[in-house]
Write a protein that binds this ligand. Structure first.
Ligand SMILES: [Zn+2]
Length: 370
């Protein structure tokens, strides 16, 4: 009897062991298959704060920075929901409330030590009150240099502040702080609401900082003055991200911006359509987290255009598994896409019953029919 019990326990342990092993293999396989991450992982998360900006950067060591805090205090709840319990550094890219509206609440909730702000003459009573809070909390205030880049270490992630042009009294957008986020060979560019004149100044004075990035946040929420051909040709992003509210009063993103990205072959993810856009990287490859967890492999040494071509799924020739990797597409939609071939454009997907315009827009950056 005793021996039988011992055997049953042993068998039970073997079964448990096999299940654990199987789960581990599936998880590990998924991780390797989609993202291919090896070693420590950093992230850049474009939080869905509606019409405004709030970007969370996390280092593998658990250091955190928040670049802008959206228009309202709701950003505090968003940060908590993503597991943030403290912040090391916060940035106000420029003095417009869609970028600092939630910052006072963020500072009270997460007690960051460092406050990075632009050198700007534009000050509303609300912004002055924020500066008083920064002082009361004993935070260290940091500004960009005017004559060269300024590096801030966030664990093994490096934030480089662009040099700041002479302050612009007429257009606060052109006082925006520019930040390049680097982790290994991965880089992302965050330039607030900077318009053409500030970006041209950077291209003249800091061209190295502007060149060759994987992810570009479109300045000014995808407005017409937030990006131009020269900026795209210098930065050569594999992915553009726009932070904006759905049905906003400003008509963002501008159709001209969308057309420019399309003509340059740069896919776009929008927080109004996709919600929070989270990018994870091990410094060699990177991936967008989200429905379908689309992987965007991007060895930094490769040409950006090659990377784009590799990351795009062809609607007329992709396998069912490749289609399943698209955001918003499960096994059932993948089969319906195959059944509906051929397609002349991504828009043709809207003809699949119940597929929906929103799903078309979500997967558009990752698909082609040409
Ligand atoms: Zn803005």
């Amino acid at each position: 009897m005793k021996r039988r019990l011992a055997m049953e326990i042993a068998l039970g342990l073997i079964v448990v062991g096999l299940v654990v092993l199987a789960v581990g293999l599936v998880r590990g396989g998924r991780e390797r298959g989609l993202a291919g991450f090896r070693g420590p992982v950093a992230s850049v998360e474009f939080l869905d704060v509606g019409q405004g900006d709030a970007i969370l950067v996390r280092s593998p060591e658990g250091k955190t920075a928040l670049i802008d805090a959206g228009p309202s205090r709701s950003v505090v709840g968003l940060l908590r929901a993503r597991g943030v319990t403290s912040l090391d550094l916060v940035v106000v890219s420029h003095h417009h409330s869609d970028h600092y509206g939630g910052m006072a609440e963020v500072i009270r909730a997460f007690h960051p030590r460092v406050f990075v702000e632009a050198d700007s003459p534009h000050a509303t009573p609300l912004y002055v009150a924020l500066l008083e809070l920064v002082k009361d909390q004993g935070m260290t205030a940091v500004r960009p240099y005017s004559d060269g880049p300024r590096k801030l270490n966030l664990g093994s992630v490096v934030l480089t502040l662009f040099p700041q042009p002479p302050s612009n009294e007429h257009e606060e957008n052109n006082n925006s702080i520019g930040i390049r986020v680097d982790f290994g060979g991965f880089s992302a560019l965050l330039t607030g609401d900077s318009e053409g004149s500030e970006r041209r100044w950077w291209l003249r004075r800091a061209s190295g900082l502007c060149s060759g990035v994987q992810v570009l946040k479109l300045a000014h929420h995808g407005s017409r003055n937030g990006v131009d051909r020269a900026w795209l040709e210098a930065t050569r992003p594999a992915l553009a991200v726009a932070s904006l509210g759905s049905g906003n009063d400003f008509g963002h993103p501008h159709p001209q911006t969308l057309a420019l990205l399309r003509s340059e072959g740069v896919p776009l993810l929008r927080t109004d359509l996709s919600g929070t856009v989270a990018i994870r990287t091990d410094g060699k490859t990177w991936a967008v987290d989200g429905p379908g967890r689309v992987a965007r492999r991007a060895p930094p040494a490769e040409d950006a255009r090659v990377r784009r071509a590799e990351g795009t799924v062809h609607l007329n020739s992709a396998t069912e598994a490749e289609l399943r990797g698209l955001p918003g597409v499960g096994a059932s939609w993948a089969r319906k896409i195959i059944a509906g071939r051929p397609y002349r454009s991504v828009d043709d997907l809207a003809a699949i019953p119940h597929f929906g315009r929103k799903r078309v827009e979500t997967l558009r950056p990752f698909a082609t029919a040409r």
